[in-house]
Every structure is written in C-alpha cells, then in structure tokens.
Design a protein around this ligand. Structure first.
Ligand SMILES: [Cu+2]
Length: 151
C-alpha cells in the first residue's frame, strides 16, 4: 500500500503596506505639501518680487490656491505668464488650480506669487514667511528663501 504524502506548503505572504503618497504626507495630515519656496534678491529701486515653489496636492480632488500674503510686501497677487505675439507678459489670475494627486510648479516663466510694493529689498540669504490660502479655507505658512540672481 502506497502512502500518500501530502505536502502542505504554507505561504507566508508579507504585505508591505505603504503607498508612494504616504511617503510625502505631512505628519499634520494637511492636504497639500509644499516644496522649498524661493524668491530672487531685488535691487534697491525694485518694487516687485516673486515667489516660486512646487506644491503637491495629496487629495483625490482638485483644490485651488486663492490668496497669499506676507509682511514683506504691501500687496500680493497670483500671477501667470502668457506669450502675446512673441512677448512674454504677465497678468493676475483668480486662483491656481492644484489638480488631484498632481504637483504644480510655480516658476519664473509660469505661475508665480507676485510681491508688489516691497517694504524693503529682498536680500540674498534672508528669508520670510508667505501665507498661502486654499479654497478649502486652509492656510499654510510657507518659509521662503531669498536667492541670488545666479542661483
Ligand atoms: Cu507677476
């Protein structure tokens, strides 16, 4: 009589329970994650400056940046650029849409936060805080570094 050996293999499945998004989710659970924000130094006669940063929307719905403010400027506007007959021009917009799950980049040739009527020139190596408001009502205090024009 033949003995049937039944081998039972138990597969121990190990689950790695993390997603790429969890890697960058801020500990406070906020909806968007800001990259390093920067502005360029300004000359003494220069009244305007601009702030740039990357911002990642961690939610599954679009949100909008609707306002920004800072102590270093009398007025702050959301601006974008467009090519107009070969000329680059910039103009104010109501908001910047941050698409669900996407990273939006504010950069010198595109969307930017315009600082108008600077109270003092922006000096290389210094920094200031920018308050950014979303259409959800959430406010974020974003530290901005001032870079030299060659950076
Ligand atoms: Cu501008």
């Amino acid at each position: 009589m033949r003995l049937l050996h039944i081998f039972t293999m138990v597969l121990a499945l190990s689950f790695t329970a993390f997603s790429a998004k969890a890697d960058v989710l801020p500990v406070d659970g906020t909806a968007v994650h800001f990259g390093k924000a920067y502005a360029y130094q300004t000359a003494p006669h220069q009244k305007n400056g601009a702030v740039f940063f990357k911002v990642e929307n961690l939610l599954e719905k679009d949100v909008k940046i609707v306002a920004a403010s800072t102590d270093v400027a009398e007025m702050v506007e959301l601006h974008t650029h467009s090519m107009d007959g070969g000329n680059m021009s910039m103009y104010p917009v109501e908001d910047f849409t941050l698409a669900a799950g996407e990273t939006h980049e504010l950069k010198p040739t595109g969307d930017h936060i315009m600082l108008m009527m600077l109270k003092e020139p922006l000096k290389t190596g210094e920094g200031f805080d920018l308050t950014v408001t979303l259409d959800t009502g959430e406010e974020f205090s974003v530290p901005v570094s001032v870079l030299s024009l060659s950076e």
